[in-house]
Design a protein around this ligand. Sequence first.
Ligand code: ADP
Length: 266
Amino acid sequence: KIKIISNLKEKKYINNIKNIIVIASGKGGVGKSTISANIALTISNLGFKVGLLDADIYGPSIPLMFDIENEKISLIEIENCKKILPIIKYGIKILSIGFFSELNKAIVWRGPMASKAIKQFINESFWDKLDFLIVDFPPGTGDIPLSIIQELNITGVILVSTPQIISLIDVRKSIAMFNLKQINVPIIGIIENMSFFSPKESPNKKYYLFGEEGVKKMAKYLNIKFLGEIPIIESIRKYSDFGCPIVLKNEKKIYYIFLKIAKKII
Ligand code: ADP
């Protein structure tokens, strides 16, 4: 049985954070970080206080997407307690496991260690008050994602998958993980990324490169809310690579895709 939640904004602050929303996927490369970044910025644009935590130990990509790769982390003393100060960019507060890349290189992360680091990021950082902390989660169902979930007080999880079978198989494993009795994290819904491609010359034509509506069908079958589909669009990739996520650009059609999804989360 899968719980579906709504009205997250009615929630109270725990540790200054109202909602921790995890963005997860079965495998890497499906667009989890791209979606985390654009959703965080869209929710912020709607007037909420938003933080973005890049917890993807295996390949932190948020610093590149926000052009903050060379930022140095500083500490601030609050009530005799040293806290990590998130980087503020485009109006949201950001921390990434990638800021500790020297550490990353030296350490082979193990589950308990990774989860401790992420827990510290959440509890020992000066986020101030947040309505939403969006967490870009490590992909898969290994030891590391599993120990991180157990440490966090997650409001709900959003899954990302592309429509091809190989991605669907893996995202089903993730769904099973979040539904484990000991974990039992509410699943808010699933997003299909790279759903189709429409060439500029014929914008109404849709090419389903990875199969048609695979995620939508699976969501229906598993009784999980379908949050929306995002086509393959060159500028989504381009602006991420340039350090400025697409929703900050004046591309109305794409903004509305993310807005529609964001409204189902808040
Ligand atoms: P993940 O976090 O799941 O590993 P990323 O968000 O890093 O995946 O995305 C992988 C690559 O695909 C990136 O280069 C990203 O810009 C690109 N990408 C993601 N979603 C789309 C999309 N809808 N259209 C075009 N490119 C995309």
